[in-house]
Design a protein around this ligand. Structure first.
Ligand SMILES: [Ca+2]
Ligand SMILES: [Ca+2]
Length: 126
């Protein structure tokens, strides 16, 4: 049996997903699939990217800020999910399923699918 050559681009999968250093990221579908958006500024209003109330997965990878908050509201008010930076902490930096909540943050229980509207880097050193 001949070896099967890989000639097509691999499908986006959880194992291939990443969020570049310096960014917070969101995906429109579970397991880091679907549309990916990357956010660089300290505070980002996801509606500016057509991505408000879209995310089913999130990833934090700030390089000068240790934590990222993901808010349900448009203006970084109210409940949020918190992730730690992959680059700085290397743990608790992503969540591939949001309908079961997320371990960290003030409003971390319940269904967070399609709710995030703002990301905010915190615990910053600059
Ligand atoms: Ca979605
Ligand atoms: Ca979760």
């Amino acid at each position: 049996m001949a070896t099967v050559a890989i000639t097509t681009a691999p499908a986006i999968s959880a194992s291939a997903a990443s969020c570049s250093p310096g960014f917070a990221c969101g995906w429109s579908a579970n397991a880091f699939t679907g549309t990916q958006k990357s956010f660089y500024l300290n505070t980002e209003y996801w509606a500016d990217y057509g991505f408000s109330n879209q995310a089913n997965g999130i990833w934090a990878n700030g390089t000068s800020c240790g934590q990222t908050r993901f808010y349900d509201s448009e203006y970084a008010l109210g409940n949020y999910i918190l992730l730690k930076s992959q680059s700085i902490y290397g743990t608790s930096y992503h969540d591939d399923v949001l309908d079961n909540g997320s371990p960290l943050g003030s409003g971390n229980t319940g269904d967070w699918d399609d709710k995030i509207s703002t990301s905010w880097f915190t615990e910053c050193n600059w």
